[in-house]
Structure formats: structure tokens, C-alpha cells
Ligand binder design. Structure first.
Ligand SMILES: [Zn+2]
Length: 180
């Protein structure tokens, strides 16, 4: 399997340009990934506390399922604008996807990069959505995003995608966050 670390994105604050219309196939893969992530999350939900690793679970659910949420981290109502970027430039050279926070005018762009559509990466696509949505609602902490996504996967299925390399590389062993 392709190493998960390649697919996890960090949130960056720089602007990404080069937005292009997604192909029909890309739209289909993206919709499937979001749908898989929603299914996974809904299965995990009965086991989740109202707040997990500092993530407001209701805000997260709204962001994931409705692409809008009310945040205690950001002030007021926020919309998630999912955008497919056609070229691997402006952070898409490094990431499969990234969220641009804090919100500007009540909108957080969730930019989907070409690498997201790598053939055979279905499970990583789902993980990427689960991971990025933490950044959308809670901010830029990598350890928090990895821990929350793994918590959701584990609560839903009893297992989670290994992220050990990225966990260590991000210094998460000494963080307040934990993998299942
Ligand atoms: Zn991240």
C-alpha cells in the first residue's frame, strides 16, 4: 500500500491558485470519498464523546455532511467550499488536499489536489477527507487531525490506517494527542 504519509496534508495559509474544473471521473471519486467518510463517521458517532481531542463533534459532523458548520474555534457560521485544483502547483505539489484556515468571509476552502485521485487510493481518499475536515473545523494541528481521524476509523471498524511515520515526523509522540 502507498504510504499514508504521502497523502496527508497539512493546512497551510498560503493562497492556492490554478483552480480548474474537475473532470467527471474526478467528481465521482471525490463524491465517493466524501460519502465513504460520512459512512465511516456515522458508524463511529455512537462511540464518540461530544468533544474528541478538542474537536467539536457536532461541528465536525455538520462540516462533513452539510459542508457548513457553526464553530467555537472560528466565530460564526462557516461554509466549506470543496474545490478541485487541476494542477499540482501551489501546495498541491506536496499534498493530496489541504484546507485554508482561518475562514475568510465565512468560507474555508478545502482544496483537492491531483494526487488525491491517484488510482487505488480509495481508503486514503476517505482518510484524507476525515483528516482535512479536522483542520476545517479545528485548525492546523497535525497531531490533532491524525488522532481524530484514527479515532473515527477505529470506533467505526476496530482498525485505523497506520500513520506512524507521519506521526513521528510531526513530533506527535510528545503531544497531548494519541492514536488508538
Ligand atoms: Zn493535516
Amino acid at each position: 500500500m502507498i504510504r499514508a504519509a504521502l497523502y496527508l496534508a497539512v493546512v497551510i495559509l498560503a493562497l492556492a491558485g490554478g483552480a480548474k474544473e474537475a473532470s467527471a471521473q474526478q467528481s465521482q471519486l471525490l463524491e465517493a470519498a466524501i460519502s465513504d467518510a460520512v459512512d465511516r463517521f456515522e458508524r463511529a458517532l455512537p462511540s464518540l464523546a461530544p468533544t474528541e481531542f478538542g474537536v467539536d463533534v457536532t461541528a465536525y459532523r455538520d462540516a462533513l455532511t452539510l459542508q457548513r458548520f457553526s464553530s467555537g474555534v472560528w466565530s460564526g457560521d462557516v461554509k466549506v467550499a470543496v474545490q478541485v485544483q487541476g494542477e499540482a502547483t501551489n501546495s498541491c505539489d506536496r499534498f493530496a488536499a489541504f484546507a485554508r484556515v482561518p475562514p475568510q468571509n465565512g468560507v474555508v476552502p478545502l482544496v483537492i489536489c491531483p494526487r488525491f485521485f491517484t488510482p487505488g487510493a480509495d481508503e486514503l481518499r476517505e482518510l484524507t477527507i476525515l483528516h482535512e475536515m479536522v483542520h476545517v473545523v479545528a485548525g492546523t494541528n497535525e497531531c490533532q487531525a491524525m488522532a481524530f481521524a484514527a479515532r473515527v476509523q477505529h470506533a467505526a471498524t476496530g482498525r485505523f490506517t497506520p500513520v506512524d511515520g507521519y506521526w513521528r515526523a510531526s513530533g506527535c509522540e510528545s503531544s497531548q494527542y494519541r492514536l488508538p
